[in-house]
Design a protein around this ligand. Structure first.
Ligand SMILES: C[S@@+](CC[C@H](N)C(=O)[O-])C[C@H]1O[C@@H](n2cnc3c(N)ncnc32)[C@H](O)[C@@H]1O
Length: 239
């Protein structure tokens, strides 16, 4: 901490502590790219339809190992890849260096304290990360995303968010857990990963998340929810 900086208020969420047990686990992080294909190329294609081009400045919040960061870096002007986990950050830095992506800046920070410098961003991207924040802090994070973007800029938000009826929660969650074996291979997700997600993290209902997005200054232009009611993807325009 520099002599002039202040400690965060004690009521502020500890984002590292909330970053997810596995995202702070070096063994999981080392296997992440084998476990998870983030379909970064698909998101790049989709974002081209919403204005992504070679002049775009992109901020990837909760960038993980950098699958999207590296895919988008080859078609845009600059990417800021932000993550709060020191373990993920070192993997991300190594992947960026290995790819020789010299238009990527890696920043170790969270949704709640990333300090965007320079030109307003054209695109903010966040995939499977916002659920690490409880709802109060999700809304604060969305308001901060709005401040990072220029008016007319685009938010691509993908997360585990529930579109089923609250009364059907147990049925849907049990059905989701049953899609995976109790213990998976080292490079695959297992039932216990889903159980841990539901129990310890903060995925919310889509009918709570969507008004939050709108309340924070966005117009939702594109929504996809998965048939099992578990995943949601949005494109929202900064007003
Ligand atoms: C499941 S990974 C997803 C990584 C990447 N976006 C992808 O789709 O492959 C979730 C990431 O969010 C990061 N994360 C968790 N809480 C965060 C926070 N408060 N601020 C920024 N990043 C966070 C984790 O460290 C982890 O890298």
């Amino acid at each position: 901490m520099s002599p002039t900086s202040h400690p965060p208020p004690r009521w502020r969420l500890d984002e590292v502590a909330s970053a997810g047990r596995e995202n702070l686990d070096a063994a999981h992080v080392a296997r992440y790219d084998d476990k998870q294909d983030a379909d970064a190329a698909g998101d790049v294609e989709l974002l081209r339809r919403f204005g992504l081009d070679e002049r775009s400045v992109v901020v990837d919040l909760g960038a993980g190992t950098g699958q999207f960061t590296l895919a988008v870096a080859s078609v845009c002007a600059a990417v800021v890849a932000v993550d709060v986990s020191p373990v993920m950050i070192s993997r991300l830095r190594a992947n960026v260096a290995a790819a020789g992506a010299n238009n990527v800046r890696v920043v170790e920070a969270g949704f709640l304290d990333y300090d965007h410098q320079g030109a307003a961003a054209d695109i903010v991207y966040s995939r499977w990360a916002l659920h690490h924040l409880p709802d109060l802090w999700k809304a604060v994070a969305l308001a901060r995303m709005r401040q990072i973007l220029r008016p007319g800029g685009v938010l691509r938000l993908s997360d585990i968010a529930f579109s089923f009826d609250p009364a059907d929660t147990e049925t849907h969650l049990e059905r989701w857990c049953a899609t995976l074996p109790d213990v998976g291979a080292a490079d695959a997700w297992a039932r216990r990963d889903i159980e841990e997600h539901v129990r310890d993290e903060y995925s919310t209902f889509t009918w709570l998340l969507e008004p939050m997005i709108e309340r924070c200054g966005f117009r939702i232009e594109h929504t996809d929810t998965s048939a099992d009611g578990v995943f949601a993807d949005y494109v929202a325009r900064a007003e």
